[in-house]
Unconditional design. Structure first.
Length: 209
């Protein structure tokens, strides 16, 4: 069964409080999203496997630990997921980045695919799917299914704010995918927006309406 990890780190909570404010401008919002993604990524990569390697320090030979050659991939769900990529790549500069484009049909609230470009060896990589908001869960469930259909086996999902409805849908559809959540909010409103949430993450990252 997948893990559902809701972050309790004070820095994450503080920064999420800042981006919830409606008067936080585009530049600050974008930068803080990136910082939160880096902090969540730090927690989400806690279980990566390590190898022991012998090296030489300026003083003597010793044994150190390094990542066990596991290749990583970061797959943002367009477009809001792009806001989380830079912070994660700062921590994992060797990770490859793919993109999945989905939009939510305004009538049905169901995801519609319009773009998918993945690293050629994505099926061999440990994959982190990222999207700031997990609302209905439709887009995230669809994106992960696309990855599974292409042979990806080890998949994690990271978001900044989630609704209980989205978490339920994700864990039912993909019980093998761990969820890393910055904050778990109350519910969805009649327009399928997270309450209290922070509005439309894509519009606030890119300054569009």
């Amino acid at each position: 069964m997948a893990k559902v990890v809701v972050m309790d780190h004070p820095l994450i909570q503080h920064k999420i409080g800042y981006i919830r404010r409606k008067d936080t401008g585009t530049k600050d919002f974008r930068e803080t999203i990136s910082e939160i993604a880096m902090l969540i990524c730090y927690e989400a990569t806690r279980d990566l496997e390590l190898n022991e390697v012998e090296i030489e320090t300026p003083i003597c030979k010793t044994t150190v630990k390094e990542l066990k050659g596991k290749k990583l991939a970061i797959i943002p769900i367009l477009r809001a997921g792009l806001g989380m990529v830079d912070g994660m790549v700062t921590l994992i500069p060797t990770a490859k980045v793919g993109h999945i484009g989905l939009y939510r049909d305004p009538e049905t609230h169901e995801p519609v695919e319009y773009y998918c470009k993945l690293p050629a060896d994505c099926s061999e990589r440990e994959v982190f799917v990222v999207d700031p908001m997990l609302a209905t869960g439709g887009s995230s469930v669809a994106a992960i299914q696309m990855l599974k259909d292409k042979g990806c086996k080890k998949i994690h999902f990271m978001c900044i704010i989630a609704a209980p409805e989205g978490v339920k849908k994700m864990t039912e559809a993909h019980p093998d995918v761990d969820l890393y959540i910055g904050a778990l909010d109350e519910h969805l409103n009649e327009n399928a927006y997270i309450v209290p949430g922070l509005g439309d993450a894509g519009d606030r990252i890119f300054g569009t309406k």
